[in-house]
Design a protein around this ligand. Structure first.
Ligand code: NAG
Ligand code: NAG
Ligand code: NAG
Length: 164
């Protein structure tokens, strides 16, 4: 009995520690659902990344600028974002999973800070992902849902994406 409860407890602990894949870098993982085909989601994401390449869109503040598209294929998008204020760099990736039974799309977005090792990012990694969803209008798409929490997305609940 004791061994079994120990095994259960260890598995639970392992589950938690495995969530933080790289404890030295701030990071955020989000899952989104859209009631629209992945092809359209991908086009919206890529064109928003390209539209925010220069500093122009940050003239009145915020971090909705300095994105750099690195790689794109049918179901995968990779980009970098440089903070206008701190020059810190985040690596972003979006993996798209088409539904087999409908025209829906599931997207897993991950952002990891290249730079700092402090686990205090004011929601920067969350906002770097969310700003693209918001700016491209994908948050308005039918069936839009967002899933994340503090375990997998640093300071998600307090992030102010007007600033970061
Ligand atoms: C952040 O990391 C990038 C790439 O590793 C590097 O070029 C840049 O100088 C770093 N910035 C700071 C402020 O450490
Ligand atoms: C987070 O916010 C605090 C308070 O505004 C600031 O001092 C700190 O530098 C910020 N950290 C980052 C990584 O932006
Ligand atoms: C986020 O920051 C902006 C700009 O500083 C501010 O106007 C707004 O009230 C803040 N939002 C929240 C929810 O704190």
């Amino acid at each position: 009995m004791h061994i079994i409860s120990w095994l259960v407890a260890s598995t639970a602990l392992l589950g938690i520690t495995m969530v933080v894949t790289d404890p030295m870098h701030a990071e955020c993982k989000v899952i989104w659902l859209f009631g629209t085909p992945c092809r359209e989601v991908s086009v919206s994401l890529v064109s928003q990344i390209k539209a925010w390449k220069s500093k122009d869109n940050c003239e009145t503040g915020g971090e909705r600028c300095l994105y750099e598209l690195q790689y794109t294929s049918t179901f995968f998008v990779k980009a970098l974002h440089t903070s206008r204020l701190t020059q810190m760099v985040e690596e972003l990736s979006f993996t798209l999973y088409p539904s087999e039974t409908s025209s829906a799309c599931r997207v897993v977005g991950v952002s990891i800070s290249e730079n700092w090792s402090m686990l205090d990012d004011n929601g920067t990694n969350y906002c770097t992902l969310f700003n693209l969803m918001d700016g491209s209008g994908l948050t308005q798409v039918e069936g839009y849902k967002e899933y994340t929490n503090e375990w997998i997305c640093l300071e998600h609940s307090t992030a102010n994406c007007t600033i970061y």
